[in-house]
Write a protein that binds this ligand. Structure first.
Ligand code: XMP
Length: 531
């Protein structure tokens, strides 16, 4: 199966034909991945619609290749480039073939520039959810009326030009959706869940505009993953980094189906930077299973040694990765594993700056589990998934629901929730804060309704009074978000009395805490974790 199209030759054409046969379709779409953080969500949206979509590398797939493949439609994603000062590599003749194109964000600006529109740096940039005002209910916006919420993430905009047909605008962008002949474009991101009716926009494009007819029912993804794991592992042993979160738990269950023998599957839980209840939870869920051997490794002092004196978040992430790799390598040797398995998601890979096509992607943050260059090959069966698709796979193979609905927790654990140096005292405070907040969320019945929640420790002090004394106390940031996949997130608006109770408990029960704040920014532009 072709994952990212980098060249088109006879063997690639044979594979595409085979894939079309399996999917019982004559149609294929091409997604030129320009490096957006959301590229993968476009592919997921198209998969949900049941159309066959190939991801293409914009730097190497040229007009002749596109003519050979004859896609039903072409999608140009967004990306970190700019038509003003960082023009992405792409063969623009592709835009003149006549195949319908849907440009998203940068992808839209690419074709707008090609047909003579000016692209300018916006006076008011747009990041986050904005109101889209529909001007014409046509083309990709056929059937849309009034206003809808859309997620924007752009600093450049298209200037109105009489050549293009403007379909919608926002408060800060006079062209938020437009068309020109067979070229269609949106400045916002229809692929993210924060955009209302985003899937309908893809549907209008694929079915109404491109005339696609064949829909493929979604395949049994878990079954495919298990059989390819079986084939790859054979009779060898696998070491799994097991955190107790939903991703590594889902990988554990995939491996249960692929191996099913605790002599060949060992789960390693690394202790030290974890939540208050993680260890007990992992022991309860995996400690006495017949198909996995669980080992708890206490790496607290290794983490603290590696982190001593480090303040910069990237440096702390690097230090954490070093310990994580060292522990796993040691356990690989002890267990005699031929593979290391991790619950790495596409989101992790993507934010660590690589994606489908190799096109430049911004490094948002280096995730703990990517590019570690282990001495044995890695198994990352969820590396094409985001949180919700990973959870869906887990659900289909019987991962217990309480494991699946646990809030995501980052691999670098409490380290990314501590601004400034990580010491044993600050780790203790961060752990206690998490304990209070999660307990209160559960008691108030908010836990299940919250996608992820946490508390971050700043390195700022405030004057406070405790008893009759003046004191100095730490400022902490409580946060909670609603999200679907972690690519975007919105701050949750809890009742004031709930937040007030949380704040009171934190300042009363943890002597070092002097002031509690609640974060109201969304992602983007903030990220979910503070670090
Ligand atoms: P951000 O903070 O980038 O987080 O908005 C998106 C999701 O990823 C989690 N996260 C990580 N997960 N290793 C992980 O396994 C990491 O290094 C890491 N950093 C952030 C974060 O908790 C959120 O769910």
């Amino acid at each position: 199966m072709v994952r990212t199209l980098k060249i088109v030759d006879d063997s690639v054409m044979v594979q595409i034909r085979k894939e079309k046969k399996i999917r019982k379709t004559y149609e294929v779409f091409l997604l030129f991945a320009m490096g957006s953080q959301f590229d993968h969500l476009i592919a997921i949206c198209l998969a949900r619609l049941g159309v066959y979509c190939l991801v293409a590398d914009p730097r190497s797939i040229l007009t002749d290749d596109v003519r050979m493949i004859q896609p039903q439609g072409i999608i140009l994603s967004g990306g970190p480039g700019s038509m003003i000062d960082e023009i992405p590599e792409f063969d623009r003749d592709i835009l003149d073939i006549g195949i319908p194109v849907l440009g998203i964000c940068l992808g839209f600006q690419m074709w707008a520039d090609h047909v003579g529109c000016r692209i300018v740096r916006s006076a008011k940039r747009e990041f986050g959810v904005h109101k889209l005002r529909i001007i014409k209910s046509k083309g990709i916006l056929e059937g849309f009326k009034g206003n809808i919420d859309v997620l924007e993430s752009h600093a450049d905009s298209v200037v109105v030009n009489s050549n293009i047909n403007v379909l919608a605008k926002t408060e800060n962008a006079e062209v938020a959706a437009a068309s020109f002949d067979h070229l269609h474009g949106v400045q916002f991101h229809p692929e993210v869940s924060d955009t209302e009716r985003g899937e309908e926009i893809f549907s209008r494009f694929c079915f109404n505009i491109c005339g696609a007819k064949d829909r493929f029912p979604s395949a049994d993804v878990a079954r495919k993953k298990i059989s390819s794991l079986k084939e790859q592992i054979g009779k060898d042993k696998v070491l799994l980094a097991l955190s107790g979160g939903s991703d590594s738990a889902t990988v554990a269950y995939l491996l249960k189906n692929a191996i099913g023998d605790k002599k060949r599957l060992c789960g390693v839980y690394i202790k030290g930077i974890d939540r208050p209840d993680d260890e007990d939870y992992v022991i309860e869920k995996f400690g006495s299973q017949s198909w996995i051997d669980l080992k708890v490794v206490d790496a607290t002092s290794d983490f603290l040694d590696a982190l001593a004196g480090k303040h910069d978040m990237h440096q702390k992430r690097l230090a954490m990765r070093g310990v994580y790799k060292k522990v796993l390598e040691k356990e690989v040797g002890i267990f005699g594993a031929k593979y290391i398995a991790q619950g790495t998601l596409y989101t992790d890979i993507c934010e660590s700056s690589s994606g489908y096509s190799g096109e430049r992607k911004a490094t948002i943050k280096l995730h703990h589990n990517t590019g570690l260059d282990f001495s044995v090959p890695e198994l990352m069966p969820l590396d094409d998934c985001v949180k919700d698709t990973g959870r869906a796979i887990g659900r289909s193979i019987g991962v217990p629901e309480d494991l699946l609905i646990r809030h995501p927790f980052p691999g670098p654990g409490l380290i990314v929730r501590i601004i400034g140096e990580v010491t044993s005292v600050r780790l203790r405070i961060a752990r206690a804060l998490d304990g209070i907040f999660i307990e209160e969320l559960r008691q108030a019945g908010f836990y299940e309704k919250t996608w992820q929640a946490g508390v971050s420790l700043t390195d700022c002090m405030t004057t406070c009074t405790k008893g009759d004394d003046a004191a100095q106390g730490l400022i902490v940031i409580v946060w909670a978000v609603a999200s679907v996949n972690g690519f975007t997130a919105r701050a949750i608006d809890y009742p004031h009395d709930f937040l007030s109770r949380v704040a009171q408990r934190m300042t009363n029960e943890i002597p070092e805490v002097g002031l509690v704040t609640y974060r109201i920014s969304d992602k983007p532009p903030s990220t979910i974790e503070v670090g």
